[in-house]
Design a binder for this molecule. Structure first.
Ligand code: ADP
Ligand code: ZN
Ligand code: ZN
Length: 817
């Protein structure tokens, strides 16, 4: 009997391709094994065996596979079940998912570029003849395509050779590689070298005779150094002397002390766990018990715990429970770049059992984590990662934690698969009979609604750890302040007062400026023209730091113009204010304090985030100005004041979730204040202090926010009350997109009637020279989601069969929020 396999290849095909295999291959092959297969005229792809069977395809004659690449599956059946669910639910192909799920080193194909791995010295005698030839060739050429490899070896089937070279770490697959290694620079202090001799030191102490405080600090440094026999950290010194760090700063400025940095190396991590987990306090303990109880009847439980209530320590206990049952744990985070803090915390509890998975890590690191999870190795019992870590080859998952579950970045918008990792995690957990804990201080309406409907368990924790009070939130009416001439630039008198007070007491300050709607753009004072992106329908934004105009959609950039491009006038002004401008203003208002900025510009470099976070932790920064990045669960000890520069831009953003998001964002930034002993203070500057969301933020009233927002969602048929699917059409010809989208919407209306909105041009209607049109389909709860999708697919298929429309790209986005 002839034998066949259905193979997933990493390109978006509606159906799986079937290939023929010999009966020997059929005996050997297993589902989840990689095979090299020919496709199209001359391409070769790596595919994953999805099904082994004996039914010949009817529409075409099956080609033979080239080669089997693995002895055992690299993707397990639970993963394939998850892929199938994602493909159905998010209306994408298994090929899309394969590309997103596997480290790229697993997906060799004719386009793959390989190069020598310079990080590793290879014993060439270990290489087989074919392998050696390729390795040798890479000494002369920096990279080779698979096609070149074929030519060198004079054979078609080269993927096994390449695979072997990757396994021997002799070569790597070309890609953008971020290094996992993140050095942490810690600031140390010592006596300046000019006081090394006894006389010089004697002289110094005499000179300082009058300055008691300073002398005390110098002596403390001596006694600390003598006691620990180790270099003294600036932070240790300042906590030892119970004096503000300004005295240390003075001593540094006077060159009595000098500062130096030592890199704490995180890569040569010893693998030892260094700490026992913390003893939970009574509130945490109650919450923990409630979660355990809730898991008896619910698969998913939401932990709504205010900022700094100690949610992480509760997660740690739950992780310990899962590990003791020999189960794997997945810890999902919205953004891995910001969470070195957490990685360290978990590694100190769990040692090398914590593995971090990041889509931007290098090939080898990703393959290593993958293989460790696949083999259920001790080294990867806990996987910590951003959304793509739901694709790891778990075999025995017991618990998934979704931290900061409300964060938008769990949803992938582009490219397909456009999945929501939090929601997919619930499905993944079901496949493993595992439990899911969603955690947030500001839960998404969806999750809280699910909890209220008893679909999820709900546990709430309203006390901060140490019983620190929630920050005191004050609203400042900017309009009123302007009238009374009490604004200096973008700073109200109240904000300046509170900043002065906090800083003089030695505390740190965070100033938050929303990223949206605040990019500075250039406007001509004479004719009103603003420079536009040539490829997109947006104004270019001005980046002072590089003296550039940039497009945030396509990356287009040009040097700042001197004259208006329309009328030639030199009178150009910048409108809108970004973090840069605030930074400038702060420097003028508070010249004696150290100011830093955290936004896309300043964190772009290699260790950008880490440097700023470390500097803040080490109290080298007094005032940090930043965007959204500040909000994501960072735990700082010395922040007393948070200023929100302008609340209105968030509130007025044209999106049905703008109010929910504003509430979350403001509560999260506020949560950075006063996390240890002293109650924190938050000032929110706004033109609209009576806005109900601001009232709810200032009174910490999540429940009321939830109720009011849900009423609106009911009235306007928005999620979570209705489901929605967005269809986007794109083409470089405006008229074609216009006609195509009208056709599409009309066909949809025949089925879904009034629940179709659009076509509508989005706020930025042209991006990268492509015109966009959106159509929105609202789906009532009682309407079958499956049938709805089937109808959309049918309409899409008819659409594709119209010759004129074939070149229009159609993007389906399920749960597009
Ligand atoms: P959340 O995630 O709820 O914002 P964290 O888990 O970051 O809060 O806790 C806030 C701070 O309190 C952290 O610095 C943490 O180490 C500390 N903390 C929380 N629970 C305990 C505990 N039981 N014992 C000691 N310290 C704790
Ligand atoms: Zn002009
Ligand atoms: Zn552009």
């Amino acid at each position: 009997m002839p034998n066949f396999v259905d193979v997933i290849i990493p390109i978006p095909l509606q159906k799986l391709f079937t290939y023929s295999i010999s009966s020997a291959e059929a005996d050997f092959l297993q589902v989840g094994v990689r095979v090299a297969v020919p496709f199209g005229k001359s391409k070769i792809y790596t595919g994953i065996v999805y099904r082994i069977h004996t039914e010949a395809p009817t529409a075409y004659e099956a080609k033979e596979i080239h080669q089997i690449l693995d002895g055992s599956p690299i993707v397990n059946t639970k993963q394939l079940q998850l892929w199938q669910w994602i493909a159905n639910y998010y209306m994408c192909t298994l090929g899309d998912i394969m590309r997103a799920a596997l480290p790229s080193a697993f997906i060799l194909e004719s386009e793959t570029l390989i190069s020598k791995n310079n990080q590793k010295t290879i014993d060439e005698s270990m290489l087989k003849d074919d392998e050696f030839l390729i390795y040798e060739a890479l000494h002369h050429q920096s990279s080779l395509k698979i096609h070149d490899v074929s030519n060198i070896l004079n054979k078609k089937n080269v993927l096994p050779v390449i695979k072997a070279l990757i396994e021997k770490e002799a070569i790597k697959v070309e890609e953008e590689v971020y290094e996992k290694y993140i050095p942490k620079l810690v600031r140390y202090v010592r006596l300046h070298s000019k006081y090394n001799s006894d006389e010089a030191l004697q002289g110094l102490l005499e000179d300082l005779g009058r300055a008691h405080k300073q002398k005390e600090v110098v002596l403390s440094l001596f006694s600390l150094a003598a006691k620990t026999k180790k270099p003294v950290k600036v932070s240790d010194l300042s906590s030892a002397i119970d004096a503000s760090s300004s005295i240390i700063k003075t001593l540094i400025d006077k060159e009595i002390f000098e500062v130096y940095h030592i890199q704490t190396d995180r890569v040569t991590y010893s693998g030892e766990q260094t700490e026992a987990s913390k003893q939970l306090n009574t509130h945490q303990n109650t919450a923990y018990n409630e979660i355990v109880e809730s898991f008896k009847t619910q698969n998913v439980t939401l932990l709504h715990g205010v900022t700094s209530s100690g949610k992480t320590e509760i997660y740690v206990k739950l992780i310990e429970d899962a590990l003791s049952k020999k189960q794997q744990v997945l810890y999902l985070l919205p953004e891995i770049a910001l969470t070195t803090q957490l990685v360290n915390r978990l590694q100190s509890y769990f040692g090398e059992r914590v593995a971090v998975f990041h889509s931007k890590y290098s090939t080898h690191e990703r393959v290593e984590v993958w293989n460790n999870v696949l083999s259920n190795s001790k080294k990867a019992q806990i996987v910590l990662g951003a959304r793509s870590s739901i694709f790891m080859p778990f075999d025995n998952l017991g618990l998934i934690i979704v931290d900061e579950e409300h964060e938008q970045s769990f949803k992938q918008f582009d490219p397909a698969p456009r999945y929501q990792a939090r929601d997919t995690a619930v499905v993944l957990a079901n496949l493993h009979k595992a439990k899911v804990l969603l955690g947030s201080a500001t839960p998404s309406l969806e999750s809280y609604y699910n909890a209220k409907q008893n679909k999820y368990g709900l546990v709430e924790l309203f006390q901060r750890f140490n019983n620190v009070l929630m920050p005191d939130i004050e609203l400042v009416d900017v309009q009123d302040k302007r009238k009374k001439k009490l604004m200096k630039g973008h700073f109200s008198d109240r904000l300046i007062e509170e900043m002065s007070e906090a800083l003089s007491e030695g505390y740190q300050v965070i100033l938050f400026q929303n990223r949206r709607g605040f990019s500075p753009i250039i406007e001509c004072n004479t004719c009103g023209n603003s420079p536009q992106c040539p490829n997109c329908d947006v104004s270019l934004t001005f980046h002072q730091y590089r003296n550039q105009l940039r497009c945030h959609y396509c990356g287009y950039n040009t040097t700042m113009v001197k004259n208006c491009m329309a009328c030639g006038s030199p009178e150009l002004d910048s409108k809108g204010f970004g973090t840069q401008q605030i930074e400038e203003e702060v420097k003028i208002l508070f010249p004696d304090y150290k100011v830093a900025r955290m936004d896309l510009d300043t964190t772009r470099g290699k260790y950008g985030y880490q440097k700023i976070i470390t500097a803040l932790e080490q109290q080298e920064i007094d005032i940090l100005v930043g965007t959204q990045m500040l909000t994501k669960g960072l735990d700082f000890r010395n922040i007393k004041l948070v200023g929100i520069m302008n609340a209105d831009s968030m509130l007025n953003f044209p999106d049905f979730r703008a109010h929910e998001r504003s509430f979350q964002l403001m509560q999260q930034v506020s949560g950075r204040a006063g996390r240890t002993k002293e109650r924190g203070k938050v000032l929110i500057q706004t033109y609209n202090p009576h806005h109900k969301i601001l009232q709810q933020v200032s009174t910490n009233n999540y429940a009321e926010m939830f109720k009011e927002q849900m009423d609106e969602r009911f009235n306007f048929k928005y999620p979570p009350v209705y489901k929605q699917i967005k269809i986007t059409l794109k083409h470089k010809d405006f008229n074609k997109v216009e006609t195509a989208s009208i056709w599409f919407a009309k066909s949809l209306r025949q089925v879904f009637k009034n629940n179709v909105l659009g076509p509508e041009a989005p706020p930025v209607a042209r991006i990268r020279n492509q015109f966009h049109k959106n159509i929105l389909i609202k789906i009532p709860k009682q309407q079958s989601l499956q049938k709805t999708k089937e109808a959309i697919i049918k309409i899409n298929n008819s659409f594709q069969s119209i010759k004129d429309f074939r070149s229009v790209r159609v993007i389906l986005n399920v749960d597009n929020f």
